[in-house]
Design a protein around this ligand. Structure first.
Ligand code: 3HC
Length: 297
């Protein structure tokens, strides 16, 4: 089972990064977005990221200026932006990276199941929804996996490859090889809430928010504690802003509904309030912190 052509649905925070690392891995990529403006924005982010990475490679002496320019050109040439879903028809793998809403994802996979060639593998980049439900909706549960990348996709070195009871072993292996070809370390996980990373990470972020809500410590001190006490690259409240408060809330709401007796799954009041007020973190300029572009104020 050889993957050559990959479709990525959604060119937002996660999708644009997946498009980029797949192109860097040598795959032909169709970057699909229903909205032309959103597609342009995503492709623009890829341009920005490629030139940053090219610059870094030159700085570190890994590439000459000419090699870096050639690398940007060849990577860019692998990417075909599209607002026409029919362009996904002959992809060998289609990775979904749209909004965290299970019903919307299921309906999308229902449509893709009709459209895309039968031999193609489907994958979802969901943070926390059950892979089996989307697999069922696609009509090809044996050719379905989770491929969970991390933000920022270009820099984070992990991909979780998630299998259900119905995923064929060769489909799982092909998905794993794809993740590795994108430059990631691939870990295998069963279809469980939050897989490995979010099952550990989200309850940790929740505890930090609850600590702040109780007034135990300031947000700056909570973040400094984990950054300098544990060597984490960013503290939990900065990370919540980075991930997006809406995404964090969506993950928790799904878990609380499905696992009401799990004490690690709680929704802090301030998280709900901020999402209601449109303070979604870095992407809207305010969450637990204020942001100016990529920089925390
Ligand atoms: N492409 C290319 N370069 C990028 C980039 C991108 N997308 N994003 C950042 N960079 C560059 C920056 O421009 C910067 O370059 P410079 O040194 O020339 O200024 C360099 O990378 C380092 O970035 P920063 O100076 O902003 O800061 P850091 O040294 O802290 O690195 C970080 C940034 C890699 C994001 C680091 O802080 C980190 O690892 N943070 C933790 C992130 C994390 O935990 N992610 C997982 C979230 S959970 C998730 O995604 C799952 C989901 O389902 C919820």
């Amino acid at each position: 089972m050889q993957i050559k052509k990959v479709g990525v649905i959604g060119c937002g925070l996660m999708g644009h990064g997946i498009v980029q690392v797949a192109a860097q891995g040598g795959f032909q990529v169709v970057a699909f977005e229903a909205d032309a403006g959103a597609l342009q924005k995503g492709l623009g982010r890829i341009e920005g990221s490629l030139s940053k990475l090219a610059g870094k490679n030159v700085e570190k002496g890994k590439m000459t200026e000419d090699q870096a320019a050639e690398w940007v050109r060849t990577t860019r040439a692998q990417i075909h932006g599209s607002t026409d879903m029919a362009d996904l028809k002959d992809c060998d793998l289609v990775v979904e990276a749209i909004i965290e809403n299970l019903e919307i994802k299921k309906s999308l996979f229902g449509e893709l199941g009709q459209l895309v060639k039968d031999s193609a593998i489907f994958a979802s980049n969901t943070s926390s929804f059950p892979i089996r439900e989307m697999a069922q909706a696609s009509g090809r549960p044996d050719r379905f996996v989770g491929l969970h990348f991390f933000n920022p996709v270009q820099l984070m070195r992990l991909v979780e490859v998630v299998r259900t009871d119905k995923t064929q072993p060769e489909v799982f292996d092909a998905a794993r090889r794809f993740g590795e070809a994108c430059g990631k370390t691939a870990v295998a996980c069963k279809d469980t809430p939050g897989f490995v990373v979010n099952r550990l990470l989200v309850p940790y972020m929740v505890q930090a928010i609850l600590m702040l809500d109780r007034g135990d410590a300031s947000k700056e001190d909570i973040d400094a504690a984990m950054q300098f006490g544990c060597g984490y690259p960013m503290g939990p409240l900065t990370l919540t802003d980075y991930v997006g408060l809406d995404t964090t809330l969506a993950i928790l709401e799904g878990w609380v509904e499905n696992y009401p007796d799990e004490p690690a799954f709680k929704i802090p009041a301030s998280l709900r309030e901020k999402v209601r007020a449109g303070k979604l973190g870095r992407k809207t300029g305010e969450g637990y912190y204020k942001w100016e572009g990529d920089k925390k104020q």
